[in-house]
Write a protein that binds this ligand. Structure first.
Ligand code: ATP
Length: 344
């Protein structure tokens, strides 16, 4: 297969499994985001793909070749890490050309490649600028160009945008995705920002405790999360506990949504995204509660409703704004087609 295959990869530090028997297939040209809470094994997995960490078991196969034992410099990778590690005493052009120079490429080839890469990252005419005189976003782009200088087969980035402020970070996410699409290069990015993952990825890989919990396109992860942990990690969701009564019937929350518990499950969570929850007149919805807070963020309005001690959040656009205030009794509409029953 053309692309990357990670087969039964494990990394143990002493008795602790930082990455636990992970399998992943990444077709050529795919943009993958490894996502998960701190300590779940994202960086360790990326470092094993890069050859910076030796797996305890398993194999890494790139375009059909087993590269598990190959040293990093023979893997044909481009890498960008959070620290960027640009050479501060060199110009932008010399930073980008660095790998070409140490491989003895002719001067003219170096110049042409630097020119092409600078055009690609929207910094033409920057070749002679010292890197010390670049803004944060410009440094980021130069680090990306430098990593791409040797036209790698695989592009690996570890939290590449985390040092940037929120606005610049969002712009760079779009830019990085557009660049990757133009080049068609297989790319793997470690992030713990779910919005970043949703912006850039073809395939989001959600990890927890060294294992892959779900690997799927972003919208599938959002709409059909594998379990309550994934649902809560990707975007905002309302997670409502569902328990069966003594007679095996699901309690009110499932009954009203017209859902049933899968066979053999006595406990589950109902997940519904805030934008799918409707606010209506009391007793006209599936549930009735009391408005506890209203947050008007300009573009969206969030209504917090207390239903027997559980807070349900409904999000609306200004056009569909519910006319409610704190303390008011309201009905909650839970469209069955938007409700997902998940393992708790
Ligand atoms: P973060 O988002 O905080 O960077 P991460 O998901 O990238 O986290 P890793 O850095 O891969 O997590 O670490 C996974 C686990 O392995 C953590 O519990 C970490 O403490 C442990 N770990 C990583 N490197 C080593 C090491 N060299 N020796 C011992 N334990 C390690």
């Amino acid at each position: 297969m053309s692309g990357l295959a990670i087969n039964d990869i494990t990394k143990k530090f002493g008795d602790f499994s930082a990455v636990d028997n992970v399998n992943l297939t990444v077709p050529h040209g795919t943009f993958v985001c490894l996502l998960g809470p701190s300590g779940c094994g994202k960086t360790t997995l990326l470092r094993m793909i890069a050859g910076l960490e030796e797996p305890t078991g398993g194999a890494i196969v790139l375009d059909g070749d087993d590269i598990t034992a190959l040293p990093t410099h023979k893997r044909n990778l481009g890498m960008v890490f959070q620290s960027l590690a640009l050479f501060p005493h060199l110009s932008v052009g010399d930073n980008i050309a660095y790998a070409l120079r140490i491989r003895g490429k002719p001067k003219e080839e170096q110049r042409k490649r630097v020119e092409d890469l600078l055009a690609l990252i929207h910094l033409p005419d920057f070749a002679d600028r010292p890197v010390a005189k670049l803004s944060g976003g410009q440094r980021q782009r130069v680090a990306i160009a430098r990593a791409l200088a040797l036209s790698p087969k695989l592009f690996l980035l570890d939290e590449p945008l985390s040092a940037l402020d929120a606005k610049l970070r969002e712009d760079m996410q779009v830019e990085l995705r557009q660049l990757q699409q133009r080049l068609g290069i297989t790319t793997i990015v470690v992030t713990h920002d779910q919005r970043e993952a949703m912006t850039m990825a073809d395939l989001v890989v959600v990890m927890g405790k060294g294992k892959i919990l779900q690997a799927a396109p972003p919208i599938e992860i959002y709409r059909k999360p594998a379990d309550a942990f994934v649902a809560d990690f990707i975007g905002i969701t309302n997670l409502l506990p569902i328990e069966t009564d003594g007679a095996g019937r699901a309690t009110v929350l499932t009954a009203v949504a017209g859902l049933s518990l899968p066979a053999g499950m006595s406990k589950a969570s109902l997940s519904i995204r805030p934008e799918d929850v409707g606010v209506a007149a009391p007793r006209s919805g599936a549930l009735t509660g009391t408005v506890s807070f209203v947050r008007d963020l300009g573009g969206t309005i969030e209504t917090f409703v207390d239903v027997g001690g559980t807070t349900i959040i409904a999000v609306a656009t200004p056009r569909e704004r519910p006319n409610v205030s704190v303390g008011q009794s309201v009905g909650i509409v839970l469209p069955p087609e938007s409700c997902v029953v998940l393992k708790p």
